[in-house]
Write a protein that binds this ligand. Sequence first.
Ligand code: HEC
Length: 212
Amino acid sequence: MSSQYKNVHKSSSFAPIMKKARRTLIAGSLIVGCTLFSSSAFSADAGMEELKKVLEGQIALMKPELQEKVKGLSMDTKMQLMAILAMHNRNSDKVTMRQVMTEVLSDFQSVLSGVMTDNPEQASDSARRLANHRIPVGGLLPYLGMENITDERLAILSGINDSVEGNALKLAAAAEAGDMKTASTFIGPISSGCVACHAVFRGQPGVSDLLK
Ligand code: HEC
């Protein structure tokens, strides 16, 4: 997680958790043999408890075979997943990843509209909404495919996340400062992040299995 994330989502009750998660990760205070996401390394912080509950709720919704795979992930990967979740405070109990993505696309288009019409309020509000997109029911993992639930594949997730959300927040800040020229330079990096994630975790949308 890069420094661009330091001051984001101040209103989120998860904001301090991310720092803590990062510190904990850096300190390497990983407890071997702990149960899933319930390392005592987390328990000192009330916010961390809240985040842990969100995660445990997600895991409870997963089918046993996915639960097993998630349990097998390294603590490092789990900490990264928690750090990503800590940046979002809108957790849905019904919408799917596809629905979230459609909403994200709408927010992205609204960012473009704001930039192109020199409307800093629309640009920054939409960019912040995009950065704090909803988390789908069950979290992200159930939608990434079983083959991607490995330490190696998930390791790239937080970099991509930084690219999309970090640049969205930079765009918001530039728009708020009235600098639409700078704001516009983040459009490319944001879309590169979307495309990078799709290249790894998504195929072509809507492919029919009724075609030869
Ligand atoms: C963390 C990885 C990730 C990032 C970042 C990401 N996407 Fe996605 N996106 C996915 C996955 C996975 C799917 C497929 C979800 C499914 O079909 O269940 C998807 C699907 C989509 C879809 C197709 C929805 C459909 O109906 O099939 C759209 C549109 C989309 N994303 C837009 C975006 C935009 C715009 C951005 C950047 C602002 C973005 N995505 C960033 C992972 C990501």
